[in-house]
Design a protein around this ligand. Structure first.
Ligand SMILES: [Zn+2]
Length: 118
């Protein structure tokens, strides 16, 4: 399952961030997913509990932020936000556009707690 592999990759990054910060627990993880990232946010959400089981992020909350798809028109040069099902310039309707953002799958934020384990 592709989304599980994606989640496990995120977990490695979360684990690295948490260790670097000396955290004892991860409360929430925010990921930003663009419409062209090639993953379904719903599938990421369902794979997440599996991926974080047994890690420092076990039991943490996943927050998915959906990034906008932005393009720049190669004809009129304007930038616009478009739907992934209809990628044309919103200003002039031209189809030759350059994708500026929307392909990302990023770890946006990790909320941590730190405890003294004396
Ligand atoms: Zn245009």
């Amino acid at each position: 399952m592709h989304e599980l592999a994606v989640c496990q990759g995120l977990m490695r990054e979360v684990d690295r961030v948490a260790r670097a910060a000396g955290a004892s627990q991860v409360l929430s993880v925010t990921v930003r997913i663009g419409p062209l990232a090639g993953v379904e946010p719903q599938l990421i959400e369902s794979a997440y509990p599996l991926a974080c089981a047994g890690t420092i992020a076990a039991g943490s909350e996943l927050i998915v932020e959906r990034a906008a798809l932005r393009v720049r028109c190669e004809r009129c040069g304007e930038q616009s936000e478009v739907l992934s099902s209809h990628i044309v310039c919103a200003h002039c309707g031209h189809w030759q556009v350059q994708v500026l953002s929307g392909e990302e799958l990023l770890l946006a934020r990790v909320e941590l707690t730190r405890q003294c384990d004396a």
